[in-house]
Design a protein around this ligand. Structure first.
Ligand SMILES: [Zn+2]
Length: 375
């Protein structure tokens, strides 16, 4: 996680509020062709949506009620992050995440992770495999690797550790053997390598999280090097299903994504926190891409519910994001986003069903049949 810009998101919610889109009891005139928010979210709910990329740190009755109302399944993704005390400890995260899954009545699946900061421990491989196998037995259906591999963690002699490091190989093999899916967040949007570009949808994230802004930082790997290591994993493990989250970090080039999907049959992408880039790409191009690769794109958002969150505010953001994304992909409405005109793609129903539901079922087995013990 997490690569979105709270200010932009707040701005989007605010613009929905201003247009009366979110909360107005909607004085819709009989002649209006603009669907109201309830219509939009009802249409979204009818497709039995699966959001394969969220981070939830809290169990809340109102959150559960939203999942039930929207007919929504989630995959909750764990990340090891040594800059935050809670996320720097793996076991408590796993324990809390399973208790969320258990209480969710089949709505929340778990994507676990392992601790890459321990890569140099003598028992790293065996301990990681043991822990993952235990998590799989307990019901985890996928494993996440994060951008700290490639952008942060270094060997004792100062080299950045990459996704294709031989120490990770037995772990990838184990994931493939168990028929689980690897969710791979490698690298970042182009803007992280600079120069500064305030017009980029991710720009303010780097102002708030300068540790990930690599422009003019000496010795850091290039984006190409990091993604080449990721591609090497795809090539070396043809039986490993990998979902490249955040449009596989190729957010500015649908051609590049297409080339990867053509080259690696074991590769798919999710849309998490990158729908904004699709919204500023020419709509004919995005539509043609999503139709051609309709079996390879999974719907994800990167929405979160932090332990410290104001739940009502967070849930408004969740609902407005789902409404925005449905408007963009499923309708032919025009709307403003960040001062730009966005045109809805009006994708055919079978394509919408794949993106919002069927591709998740295919690429992340177990996502709709969360183990019996959890129901
Ligand atoms: Zn995320």
């Amino acid at each position: 996680m997490k690569n979105r810009n709270p200010l932009l998101r707040a701005g989007f919610v605010a613009s929905l509020l201003l247009t009366g889109y979110l909360f107005s009891p909607i004085a819709r005139s009989q002649t209006s062709v603009q669907p109201g928010p309830d219509d939009i979210l009802q249409a979204f709910a009818r497709i039995r949506p699966i959001d394969v990329h969220v981070h939830v740190f809290k169990t809340e009755a109102s959150f559960q009620a939203m999942l039930e109302k929207l007919n929504l399944k989630l995959m909750n993704i764990l990340v090891m992050d040594d800059t935050l005390p809670y996320r720097n400890e793996l076991q408590p995260q796993i324990k809390d995440a399973f208790s969320l899954t258990r209480s969710s009545k089949g709505h929340v699946a778990l994507c676990t992770t392992f601790d890459p900061y321990k890569f140099n421990d003598p028992n790293f491989i065996s301990e990681s495999v043991k822990q993952l196998d235990r998590d799989f037995r307990d019901g985890a259906i996928a494993v996440k690797i994060w951008k700290n591999i490639g952008m942060e963690i270094k060997t004792p002699d100062g080299k950045f550790i990459m996704a294709d490091d031989p120490r990770f190989k037995p772990i990838y093999k184990d994931i493939a053997q168990h028929g689980k899916t690897l969710m791979s967040h490698q690298a970042e949007p182009d803007v992280a390598w600079g120069p500064p570009d305030p017009s980029d949808p991710s720009w303010s994230y780097y102002q708030e999280n300068p540790q990930w802004f690599l422009y003019n930082k000496p010795g850091v790997p290039s984006k190409q090097q990091i993604l080449a290591a990721r591609d090497h994993v795809l090539a070396e493990h043809p039986n490993l299903r990998m979902v490249g989250v955040h449009l596989g970090s190729m957010e500015k080039s649908l051609d590049d994504i297409a080339a990867h999907l053509d080259r690696y049959p074991n590769f798919a992408i999710d849309t998490a926190a990158r729908m904004e880039y699709l919204m500023i790409t020419p709509p004919e191009k995005v539509r043609a891409f999503l139709i051609k690769y309709q079996d390879r794109v999974l719907y994800g958002t990167d929405l979160d519910l932090l332990a410290s969150a104001n739940v009502d505010e967070s849930l408004n953001e969740w609902r407005s994001t789902y409404a925005r994304d449905w408007r963009f992909l499923a309708t032919e409405e025009n709307f403003d986003y960040q001062g730009k005109k966005v045109r809805g793609l009006n994708l055919p129903q079978p394509v919408l069903r794949k993106i919002f539901h069927e591709n998740a079922v295919h690429w992340i087995p177990g996502i709709v049949s969360i183990p019996r013990s959890f129901k």
